[in-house]
Design a binder for this molecule. Structure first.
Ligand code: S3P
Length: 440
């Protein structure tokens, strides 16, 4: 079992980069595989989740040449995928399995999609149900609620679908299936979830329209889209988030994170942290692959608790584990509500973060849709968490959040089961050590 020991020391100081955005990397691999010709995807995420999606496309007959810096994807056009000769393993990735299921539902061949223990517990009915309405033939455990999923490619027809959940994975799975369906698919979601698929469709010139809250896509385009000579993936805001919070809560810190995606459907943490009193500057704003990016500079500051409700959930959805660490050392109470989706992530993040932070001396009340965190800011220990022997529960974001929490602990903290960090941020520990040793 892999574990990580975090020894609290000096401030975090220096300039770092984070891996390419995981969500955008999945989508870049998918859309370049369906493009006509050879694309280059630079600065992509080399986490296991994205490598699994890349391997899936290799199994679907797409040549992909891989180096650490970039991928060369030999796209075969909209109808160029071929039947794999075995099941596709999506590992830990909800995005991988759900987007691939949408894409494969309209092919003319058979596929089986599966993943690790966590993936086989996560809800698939949310995509299987609308895909079946489109005419897809999908079988799975518990009537299609759980993976493995067996997809018999079928002729799909467009539907109008109002998703009950603000989920980019549902939206994107349906947009991909809609490309292969007859007619115009309409998709509405209760709140805007991350819009990387829409932006990448636009980048490739795929004719997606928006009417108010509804997306419209005409299926079976007569001509596909051209390859991208060079698609540069922005740094992952969700990876930067650990250092945004780390630099804020470790006194004396000053950290710049270069070239990070600041798509507003992702950056709820910036708004929340600023309301809590954080010192965050966005510098050198620019664009990459239709996405806004910036360098993010963070200096340490004292935080106060806030209330976070449903209006901020979709754009903060992956940052609640690290936000709960910020809340734990803030002054006063932080109330998170409307976040029931956290229960169906890589782990039940309300339960796992509550348990792990309680072990570090924090008082947390769990609700079905969130938590109430009593920040330690005003105690004698002045925000110091108790050192502990924690575990990730197999969840990469829990593992990295506990590592950052450990930086403000009374002594060394050990975190077990940290191999999962490989799914999104293989260089996390090295990057953290760089900031701990760099002196300006
Ligand atoms: C993702 C969407 C979100 C997010 C996940 C990545 C994506 O999930 O939590 O880490 O790439 O589309 P939901 O769509 O289920 O909210």
């Amino acid at each position: 079992m892999t574990s990580l020991t975090i020894t609290p020391g000096g401030p975090l100081r220096g300039t770092i980069s984070v891996p390419g955005d995981k969500s955008i990397t999945h989508r870049a691999v998918i859309l370049t595989a369906l493009a006509n010709g050879v694309s280059t995807v630079a600065d992509y995420c080399r986490g296991e989740d994205c490598l699994n999606t890349m391997r899936a496309f290799q199994a679907l007959g797409i040549r992909i040449d891989e180096s650490v810096e970039e991928l060369r994807v030999y796209g075969k056009g909209l109808w160029g995928l071929t039947e794999p000769n075995g099941p596709i393993d999506c590992g830990n990735s909800g995005t991988g399995i759900r987007l691939l299921t949408g894409l494969l539902a309209g092919q003319d061949f058979f596929t089986v999609l599966t993943g690790d223990e966590s993936i086989r517990r996560r809800p698939m009915g949310r995509i299987v149900k609308p895909l079946r309405e489109m005419g897809a033939t999908i079988a799975g455990r518990k009537g299609g609620e759980l993976a493995p999923l067996a997809v018999v490619g079928s002729r799909l027809r467009a539907i109008a679908y109002a998703s009950p959940v603000a989920s980019a994975q549902i939206k994107s799975a349906l947009l991909l299936s809609a490309l292969f369906a007859e007619g115009t698919t309409r998709i509405t979601e209760p709140r805007l979830s991350r819009d990387h698929t829409e932006r990448l469709f636009q980048f490739f010139g795929i004719a997606l329209r928006r009417e108010g809250a509804t997306l419209l896509l005409d299926g079976r385009p007569s001509v596909g889209w051209n390859a991208a000579p060079r698609l540069v993936v922005p740094g992952d805001f969700s990876a930067a988030a650990f250092f945004i919070v780390g630099a804020t809560i470790v006194p004396g810190s000053d950290v710049t994170i270069q070239q990070v995606g600041i798509n507003p459907t992702r950056t709820g943490l910036l708004e929340i942290m600023t309301r809590m009193g954080a010192d965050i500057q966005l510098l050198n704003r620019r664009e990459a692959a239709g996405e806004p990016i910036a360098d993010i500079r963070v200096k340490s500051s004292r935080l106060r608790g806030v209330a976070v409700g449903s209006d901020l959930i979709p754009q903060t959805i992956d940052e609640f584990p690290i936000l709960s660490v910020a809340a734990a050392v803030a002054e006063g109470q932080t109330i998170i509500s409307g976040a029931e989706e956290l229960r169906v992530k890589e782990s039940d993040r309300i339960a796992t973060m509550s348990a792990e932070l309680r072990a570090m001396g924090v008082q947390i009340a769990e609700n079905h849709d969130g938590m109430i965190v009593q920040g330690l800011g005003t105690t004698e220990d002045n925000g110091r968490l108790q050192a502990t022997h924690g575990r990730s529960h197999g969840d990469h974001r829990v593992a990295m959040s506990l590592a950052i929490a450990g930086l403000t602990a009374s002594a060394s903290t050990v975190i077990d089961e940290t191999a999962c960090i490989e799914t999104s941020f293989p260089t996390f520990h090295r990057t953290l050590l760089e900031l701990l040793t760099e002196r300006q």
